[in-house]
Design a protein around this ligand. Structure first.
Ligand code: ATR
Length: 273
């Protein structure tokens, strides 16, 4: 049986094994997909062991995505630009690393939520690995202006520089957001977590048809989503859909077929409710 896994810390509550099993069932593919906990200091060894034991594909989550990029023999474009990897594919005696997070976010918004990204004025909160992973895909999907705000402003500047499209993507001070106008899409890529106090944001950011999207899901997303709903956002969604869509992109890379994600969205939402 071919072996697959997701690596992270913590990893016990990961939805990825269930998602991949669901996809595999759609095609009658038999595979083994485990959740494997690894601390950063042990990850290189644990991954080598996994390969030695027949592991041919893996997903990578926090806090190992940057480290995973450093362990790859080959990187896809999105992974190279982000400096982070969420999908590993065995190639000969090395790993190829891809980052399907941005693609997953865009697919969740366009295919699953049925919304058009083109022309949307977008605010990206955060400038860490998660923000780097989704910014290029949002720009490729045709959003209008991308404003990046981060608690530590130097990191927002660095991300804007890295994107290198000064006419479309630029940074703004967090403290200055009250004067940044209204947005059509607000993406929370911070790890600020629970409690709306963690993200003291002005409601003037919420445009009339604003979609608020938190890249996290579950408890970690509650603070931002509560802020969005109380401010009257048209839609406030967590990152469970993005998780499903990035898993589908990984599955497609490994098995050459894209699974139908709709039944998995329904099943996981039903379980979360
Ligand atoms: P990741 O790779 O998951 O993005 P990270 O690189 O540690 O993780 O980045 C976490 C992000 O959350 C950063 O943008 C961080 O802001 P700083 O760069 O200023 O640290 C942001 N963040 C974490 N806690 C926050 C808080 N309480 N308020 C606002 N931003 C916060």
């Amino acid at each position: 049986t071919p072996r697959y896994a997701v690596f992270g810390q913590p990893i016990a509550h990961s939805q990825s094994p269930a998602i991949h099993r669901h996809f595999a069932d759609q095609f009658g593919i038999v595979l083994r997909y485990d959740a494997i906990e690894a601390a950063p200091a042990q990850f290189a060894d644990v991954l080598a062991q996994f390969a030695h034991g027949g592991g041919i594909g893996a997903n990578v989550t926090l806090p190992l995505k940057e480290l995973a990029a450093s362990l790859c023999a080959e990187l896809g474009d999105a992974a190279r630009i982000a400096g982070t990897v969420n999908t590993l594919t065995r190639l000969g005696d090395g790993w190829r690393g891809d980052n399907t997070d941005g693609d997953g976010l865009v697919r969740d918004i366009t295919d699953h939520l049925g919304q058009d990204l083109r022309g949307r004025r977008t605010l990206l909160l955060g400038a860490g690995g998660a923000a780097r992973g989704v910014a290029p895909a949002l720009l490729d999907a045709g959003i209008d202006e991308l404003v990046i705000a981060n608690r530590t402003p130097e990191r927002a500047d660095a991300l804007a520089d890295r994107i290198g499209q000064p006419d479309r993507a630029h940074s703004r001070y967090w403290a200055d957001l009250a004067h940044a106008g209204a947005f059509d899409l607000i993406v929370n890529a911070t790890s600020a977590g629970r409690g709306s106090a963690a993200l003291a944001l002005p409601s003037s950011l919420l445009g009339a048809r604003c979609l608020c999207y938190d890249l996290s899901y579950g408890e970690a997303a509650t603070g931002f989503l509560a802020w969005a709903r109380s401010g009257g956002a048209l839609q406030a969604v967590d990152g469970l859909g993005m998780l499903i869509e990035q898993a589908a992109s990984a599955f497609e890379r490994w098995h050459g077929q894209r699974p139908d994600t709709a039944p998995v969205h329904a099943a996981l939402r039903a379980r979360a409710a």
